[in-house]
Design a protein around this ligand. Sequence first.
Ligand code: NAI
Length: 332
Amino acid sequence: MKHIITLIPGDGIGPEVSSAVVRIIEAAGIQATWETYYAGAQALEKFGNTLPEELLESIKRNKVALKGPITTPIGKGFTSVNVGLRKALDLYANLRPVRTLPNIPTRYETIDLVIVRENTEDLYSGIEHVVVPGVVESIKIITEKASTRVSRFAFEYARREGRKKVTAVHKANIMKLSDGLFLDCFRKVAADYPEIEANDKIVDNTCMQLVMRPEQFDILLLENLYGDIISDLGAGLVGGLGLVPGANIGEQGAVFEAVHGSAPDIAGQGIANPTALLQSGILMLRHLGEREAADRIEAAMLKVFTEGKVRTRDIGGEAKTTEFTDAVIAAL
Ligand code: NAI
């Protein structure tokens, strides 16, 4: 099957890592037409808008995008493209698989868990005001609709990927109404998936358990703020943000992205590590039903890591982006 995929190469190292990933995906035999768009600072310069309407239309049409990192200039008037995309397309579930890679030194050798974060509400609704000078109120919104759909997403993902357990993470002992509602919705959805174990844990305890016994977790389901924090904790468990994939998924489309930034310090030198975006590309292929190609690319990537001969500079090697890419293609 031929796919039409929206491609946002992004800024800094974005074009380098995204062309590496496109090469690998095509070498695996995937037929794709890539609709390439600018976003962020480049789009602002060319079209006067950081998130051009044509780009949003392309994602709505194709329902899938691969996105490199976007520089967020510090200063006024530039809203984050990532947040803009999530809002414009209602990408309500953030997916972050966290897995140990061979030959990447970490505290634990066999971590394999998935973090699902609600992306649209909670304290990120941005509703804050000064009640009286010296007192600020920030409002946490939790709805039945958002909690239910993200819970369903987690269980559907578990079913599709053959995962065994979903753990809802919360603070319902203190925030009895808001986190209580989230937990109620989770439990109702869990009843529809009897083959998948469902349990829940308080968020502070979860943090401790994650650094002491991470192997007990399979899928973690969290509200927006807890999910944001624990996603980075998860990335840290397996070697950092430069290696893990990410995706934002909704009914109108799915955007698979590098979670690291545009790395201006090494941009244009041909030494960026494309692993994070490659892993996001693998997730994207599974989402598109191209499971066989995804598995082959993953096996090839793992082979290169296992052999440990071709490593980019960020993980202690000397290889250029193209050398790593060539090695994965050769392993395919
Ligand atoms: P960064 O992730 O770009 O860089 C942090 C460090 O990690 C740098 O030393 C960089 O060279 C290294 N690094 C990151 N990705 C790498 C890769 N694939 N291969 C090798 N080394 C890599 O974070 P920083 O410097 O805080 O942000 C730079 C810009 O990126 C900012 O404008 C920021 O707003 C933006 N950003 C965008 C994100 C996105 O679009 N998803 C996420 C994070 C930051």
